[in-house]
Ligand binder design. Structure first.
Ligand code: ZN
Length: 56
């Protein structure tokens, strides 16, 4: 399944979402799961997939 990484500008955290194609079309409606902010941006982390997965 497609897996997308987002960054929240409000709480400065990244989070992962698994989105279907339809949901991805609505990605602008994605909100931060931590603070509920809409100020999230999608990260294209294909190259830097080395982000620490430990601190989830
Ligand atoms: Zn947030």
């Amino acid at each position: 399944m497609p897996h997308y990484e987002f960054f929240c500008n409000a709480c400065k955290k990244t989070f992962d979402r698994i989105l279907t194609m339809a949901e991805h079309d609505d990605a602008e409606k994605t909100v931060c799961p931590r603070c509920g902010s809409h100020e999230v941006e999608q990260r294209w982390s294909a190259f830097s997939a080395v982000t620490s997965k430990k601190s989830a």
